[in-house]
Design a protein. Structure first.
Length: 405
């Protein structure tokens, strides 16, 4: 629902009832992820998309029906259809589970509170029950960025407390997710499936080294939604004029800044200095922090020497296995702009546990579903094993990559 937060916020301010259709589960290939919504108001105005056009007409009619009937939430399942050109189905071969419910802003002010925060760029999470006892289907709860629970239909009781705890956890992780909870008499006695929509603060991209590659990477990082910081110990290079796309310019020793700044599992650390006096203390610290990605630029020779120095500094083989070096995917990049694409492509693949291979060389669904708790960890088991067998840990047999130094 947060994909259409601006319009929903306006409708809530105008006390305009609407039907909200949300994708609560995706199987196989589908155009848009779970959590995407379509909304239809009582005048028939529609906003959003859940399938790129394949099933929008059917979802629109279901929304109109829910609005007319003032009834309980409705479920709809859409799968593949190729026998009839006019059949309702997904030509991409995926399957969507859609929940449609009526929203009356006058009786659910907590949604307006959440949407107002999202529109202003503040973090918030909205949880609603998508499976469980009929009386609870569609019930909602909002958690604000400071952890407070706004008024909702699930306030109080073991169910409300359990859902609020899960919403806070998803908000901290910064990820929309469907989770299962309950079945425990001491916490939440009823088995529930809860979808948590999350609008989190932007993840951080920390770029160390005020070089030309950093200027291009800061622009690419901001385009991807990161809050970008460029840090360098040299004030003559670390200037706002050289990095207009960065949110923050810091003049400090890289390891000293990293030691005192805030990071989390979504943070990407990109070390572009390829200078041992900066790299070694910085990477020694970064590889011991719970960040999502650590990459370092340099030639093969720089990389091998860097590994040697890191081992001498006490960095373990397990920690070195987290290091993406030389940084980026092998795209044949040469220019700073091409290199920025190479680096951000690796970060995206890392985040979604993808191998970075051409889609033409893969089988199965194009849009892979990352299980709850997997996002932000290392890549797939096969990719991690491949990384460990390469010069990430100083062993021979590294595959050829583009040298950028």
């Amino acid at each position: 629902m947060l994909n259409i937060a601006d319009t929903l916020h306006r409708w809530c301010r105008e006390a305009r009832p609407f039907a909200l259709a949300t994708v609560v589960d995706v199987r196989g290939s589908a155009p848009l992820p779970a959590g995407t919504s379509v909304a239809v108001d009582e005048d028939g105005e529609a906003v959003g998309s859940i399938s790129g056009g394949c099933v929008e007409g059917a979802v629109y009619e279901l929304c109109r029906q829910v609005l007319r009937d003032h009834g309980a939430p409705q479920r709809a399942w859409f799968g593949y259809s190729d026998e009839d050109a006019f059949a309702v189905g997904l030509t991409c071969g995926g399957e969507l589970d859609v929940l449609v419910r009526r929203i009356d802003p006058a009786t659910q002010p907590h949604l307006s509170t959440a949407l107002a925060d999202v529109v202003r760029g503040r973090p918030a999470a909205v949880a609603h029950i998508v499976d469980g006892p009929d009386r609870l289907i569609g019930s909602t709860l909002t958690v604000l960025g400071d952890g407070r629970v706004a008024d909702g239909t699930l306030n109080g009781g073991p169910v409300g407390r359990a859902v609020a705890d899960q919403a806070r956890a998803r908000l901290r992780a910064g990820r929309t997710a469907r989770i299962t909870l309950g079945g425990d008499a001491d916490t939440c006695p009823e088995r529930l499936s809860v979808f948590v929509h999350v609008a989190a603060a932007r993840p951080r991209m920390l770029i160390f080294g005020a070089v030309d590659f950093a200027a291009a990477l800061s622009q690419a990082g901001r385009f991807l939604g990161y809050q970008v910081t460029v840090c360098d110990a040299r004030p003559v290079f670390a200037t706002a004029a050289r990095f207009p796309h960065a949110d923050e310019i810091v003049v400090d020793w890289p390891h000293r800044y990293l030691e005192h700044t805030t990071v989390d599992a979504r943070t990407a650390v990109c070390v572009l200095t390829h200078d041992a006096k900066f790299d070694i203390p910085l990477l020694r610290l970064a590889l011991n922090l719970p960040v999502g990605y650590v990459g370092a630029m340099g030639s093969r020779r720089t990389h091998d020497e860097r590994l040697r120095l890191l081992r001498e500094a006490g960095v373990t083989g397990e920690q070195l296995a987290r290091l993406c070096s030389p940084i980026g995917l092998d795209l044949g990049a040469r220019t700073p702009e091409e290199t920025a694409v190479s680096i951000t492509a690796e970060i995206i693949a890392h985040t979604h546990r993808a191998g970075g291979l051409p889609l033409s060389q893969r089988t199965g669904p194009i849009h892979r579903q990352v299980r709850e708790g997997e996002a932000g960890r290392s890549w797939s088991a096969a990719q991690e094993a491949r990384m460990r067998s390469r010069s990430w840990v100083g062993e021979p047999g590294a595959a050829v990559q583009t040298v950028r130094c």
